[in-house]
Design a protein around this ligand. Structure first.
Ligand code: SF4
Length: 377
C-alpha cells in the first residue's frame, strides 16, 4: 500500500510564527500549479507498481485555496492512474474563512472525506496575536457548514503555550475546543522559529513567550483535559477518539510503506531496502520550470543504511502511543532495545516502559522526548 501527498504552498498572508515554505497566493500561479501536479502524478504512476493507495493528503500552505475543480481533477487522475482504495482516507487542510458551504460541498463531491481545520486558537485575542485572518465564530461556521454537506471526519488544530496565556486561559480554550465535538485534535506548543516576525519581536522584548516550565505544564493540561474527555493521546501532538486516528500520518510514523509527495516542497519516501527520502525543493518557480520542461523535480535527501533506518524508526515510533515492539525490532533490524541501547535505556529509566513486548514513553518521557530520543540516535 502507498500514500499520496499534495503540497499546496500558497497562503493568503504569512502568519508571523510560521516558517513553512509558503508563498502569497497569486491566481495566475495557482492556475498553472494544479496542472503540473497532475503531470507529476502521471509521471510517477508507474512507480506505484499497482499498489493500493490507502490515503491521500492535501497539505500546505493552504490547500483550501485550491479550486474544488482542481482537487476533483487531481483525485480523478489518482482514480485513473493509481489503484485508489474504496475506503481511502482523503484529507484536505482547510483554513477557516477560505471556504464557504458551496466550496465544501464541491470538495465533498470530489471525494475528500476528511477535513483538518487550522483553527489554531479558540480565543479571538490570541487569534489576532497569531496573525490569523479568522475569528472563533468563523471556526464554528466552518465546522457547521462542513457537517451540513456531509463531512463527519473532522480534525482541529490548536496551538498552545501562547504569549501571555495563563493556565486558566488554556483551560478555557480547551473547553471551547471540546465543545466542537470533533473526533481528532492536533495540539502543538508554540515554538518561536528563527527568522520569523515572532522571533524578531521576541528579540525586541515585545513578545512574552512561555518559558519551558509553563510549556511543560501546558502540555500536561492539554493531555489531562483531552484524555478526560475520551480522546486517546496517540502521538505526542495528536489525540483521537477510538478508531479516528489519522491513517495518513500513522503511515509516516510506521515507516514501512512508501509515500509519494507532489508539488514544490513535497517530500517522498521510498520504503524499499532501508529506505530513501526524496524531496521536491522549496522552490515554486524551479518546480514549474522543471515540470514544464518534462523533467523530474525530485532530489535525493537521504539514502538510509540499517543504522539510519533503525534510528528513524525509533524516533518516529516512540513519538506514538503504540511505540515499537521487540518483535518488529528483531525482525526488521535484527536488534533488541535492551542489548543494543543499554545506556539509553538507563537514561530513560521508568519513562520508557515495556508492556507485553511494546516499548513506549510515558507522559514524562514525551515531555523530555528530544533529550531522551537523542540517546538512541
Ligand atoms: S496559513 Fe499555515 S502555512 Fe500559511 S502562513 Fe499561516 S501557518 Fe503558515
Amino acid at each position: 500500500m502507498i500514500s499520496l501527498y499534495f503540497h499546496i504552498p500558497f497562503c493568503t498572508q504569512k502568519c508571523p510564527y510560521c516558517d513553512f515554505y509558503s508563498l502569497p497566493v497569486e491566481d495566475q500561479l495557482l492556475g498553472g500549479y494544479p496542472d503540473q501536479l497532475r503531470r507529476e502524478l502521471e509521471l510517477r504512476s508507474g512507480e506505484a507498481g499497482g499498489e493500493i493507495v490507502e490515503s491521500v493528503y492535501f497539505g500546505g500552505g493552504t490547500p483550501s485555496l485550491l479550486p474544488p475543480t482542481a482537487v476533483a481533477m487531481l483525485l480523478n487522475t489518482v482514480r485513473e492512474d493509481y489503484r485508489l482504495a474504496a475506503d481511502a482516507e482523503i484529507t484536505l487542510e482547510v483554513n477557516p474563512g477560505t471556504v464557504d458551504i458551496g466550496t465544501l460541498a464541491d470538495l465533498y463531491s470530489a471525494g475528500v472525506n476528511r477535513l483538518s481545520i487550522g483553527a489554531q486558537s479558540f480565543d479571538d485575542l490570541q487569534l489576532r496575536t497569531l496573525g490569523r485572518s479568522h475569528d472563533v465564530a468563523r471556526i464554528g461556521a466552518t465546522i457547521a457548514a462542513a457537517r451540513r454537506v456531509g463531512f463527519d471526519a473532522l480534525s482541529l488544530d490548536l496551538i498552545y503555550a501562547l504569549p501571555g496565556q495563563s493556565p486558566e486561559d488554556l483551560r478555557q480554550e480547551l473547553a471551547a475546543l471540546l465543545a466542537f465535538n470533533v473526533d481528532h485534535l492536533s495540539c502543538y506548543a508554540l515554538t518561536v522559529e528563527p527568522g520569523t516576525p515572532f522571533a524578531a519581536r521576541q528579540q525586541a522584548g515585545e513578545l512574552e513567550s512561555a518559558d519551558d516550565e509553563s510549556a511543560r505544564d501546558a502540555f500536561v493540561t492539554v493531555h489531562e483535559m483531552l484524555c478526560a474527555a475520551g480522546y486517546i493521546h496517540y502521538e505526542i501532538s495528536n489525540f483521537a477518539r477510538p478508531g479516528h486516528a489519522c491513517r495518513h500520518n500513522q503511515r509516516y510514523w510506521q515507516r514501512t510503506e512508501s509515500y509519494f509527495g507532489f508539488g514544490a516542497g513535497a517530500h517522498s519516501f521510498d520504503a524499499r531496502g532501508w529506505g530513501r527520502r526524496l524531496a521536491n525543493p522549496d522552490d515554486l518557480a524551479g518546480y514549474l520550470t522543471t515540470m514544464r520542461a518534462g523533467g523530474d523535480p525530485r532530489v535525493n535527501v537521504e539514502v538510509f543504511d540499517r543504522a539510519g533506518a533503525l534510528a528513524e524508526r525509533l524516533y518516529l515510533g516512540l513519538r506514538t502511543r503504540s511505540g515499537v515492539t521487540d518483535v518488529e525490532l528483531r525482525e526488521r533490524f535484527g536488534v533488541a532495545l535492551a542489548t543494543t541501547f543499554p545506556r539509553a535505556l538507563t537514561k530513560c529509566g521508568a519513562r520508557l516502559q515495556k508492556n507485553n513486548g511494546v516499548w513506549s514513553f510515558d507522559l514524562d518521557g514525551w515531555l523530555l522526548f528530544n533529550h531522551l530520543i537523542s540517546e538512541f540516535l
